[in-house]
Design a protein around this ligand. Structure first.
Ligand code: ADP
Ligand code: MG
Length: 286
């Protein structure tokens, strides 16, 4: 039988947009002393807009954007949605494929087009020393790189918006004695900028999708009981590894299905409420 206070709390949370999918995890949630947030889509809105296109070679910004938007129209990544939205008429793309945590590639009008992260750009052997790009990064802009037929043609800078509730969420968690961490596949500089804005205790940047769960395990090995929030397919293994996996409702089906708790309103403050609710629920029972 389910104790009455737990049943009441479960019903109460559901009416407030918090779906508890796994009751054992809800019970564990009262012991959480570290929370790891995924950056994009959780602490930020995950809705990127293009702010700048820098041409590095013979193509002009409009041409770069035409190839980029066409390629990205085949990807569901938040960055891709932002780039694709720049154009209504997309060129046909053949052999599209995505490189998880690194970028996308495909063939457009016989040209091989890649849009990649700076980490993957380095892996491909490119070295870019551009003060304009450094400056964008230092202001928290996400940048991706456009390669056509093996040549680096341009840089696209995008801005995401930090959710208005994120700062309060972090400060209140810290007051409760919960360590606040962030994990992201995005660049070091962008992560540092967001971390400073929000007053996070620690962050991990340029983490590949398959390494996210490993980071959660590391924090658990330090002795922490860990909650993890995320929205992407990439976050699912980390959500499963965490003691309490929390999916943002607006996220992908995979994340939602893996999570113990779902925040229907996509508001990070709801992660705080669920932990508080777990603490008060199980305090009443002893
Ligand atoms: P996040 O932590 O933001 O969920 P991801 O693991 O999804 O990060 O992606 C990491 C990085 O890989 C992005 O910051 C970006 O540089 C690059 N990337 C991933 N998907 C795409 C895409 N569709 N277009 C361009 N770049 C991408
Ligand atoms: Mg994500």
């Amino acid at each position: 039988a389910i104790p009455l206070v737990v049943a009441v709390s479960t019903a109460l949370s559901a009416s407030n947009g918090l779906l508890i999918r796994n009751r054992t995890s809800f019970e564990k949630a009262r012991n959480i002393d570290a929370i790891i947030f995924d950056k994009t889509g959780t602490l930020t809105q995950g809705e990127f807009g293009v702010t700048q296109v820098i041409a590095l070679d013979d193509l002009n910004p409009e041409e770069i954007l035409k190839y980029a938007a066409s390629l990205e129209s085949h990807s569901e990544h938040p960055i891709a949605r932002g780039v694709a939205a720049e154009l209504t008429d997309h060129l046909p793309v053949e052999n599209f494929s995505s490189i998880p945590g690194k970028g996308v590639e495909g063939v457009i009008l016989g040209n091989e087009v890649k849009i990649v992260s700076s980490g993957y750009l380095n892996e491909l052997g490119f070295r870019l020393d551009n003060t304009q790009v450094d400056e964008l990064l230092s202001r928290g802009k996400t940048t991706v790189f456009v390669i056509i037929n093996g040549q680096l043609k341009g840089v696209i800078a995008l801005a995401d918006i930090i959710r208005p509730e994120s700062k309060e969420t972090v400060s209140r968690f810290k007051k409760m004695g919960v360590k606040c961490l962030m994990i992201t596949g995005d660049k070091q500089e962008v992560a540092e900028w967001v971390s400073t804005e929000l007053g996070l205790d620690q962050y991990f940047a340029e983490v590949l999708p398959e390494e996210k769960a490993k980071k959660v395990k590391e924090i658990q090995k330090e002795g922490y009981t860990v909650a993890m929030t995320g929205d992407g397919i990439n976050d699912a293994p980390a959500l499963a590894q965490a003691d309490v996996g929390i999916a943002i409702g607006a996220g992908t089906d995979v994340a939602v299905e893996t999570a113990d708790i779902v925040l229907v309103r996509s508001n990070p403050l709801d992660a705080l409420y669920i932990i508080q609710l777990a603490r008060s629920t199980y305090r009443k029972m002893v």
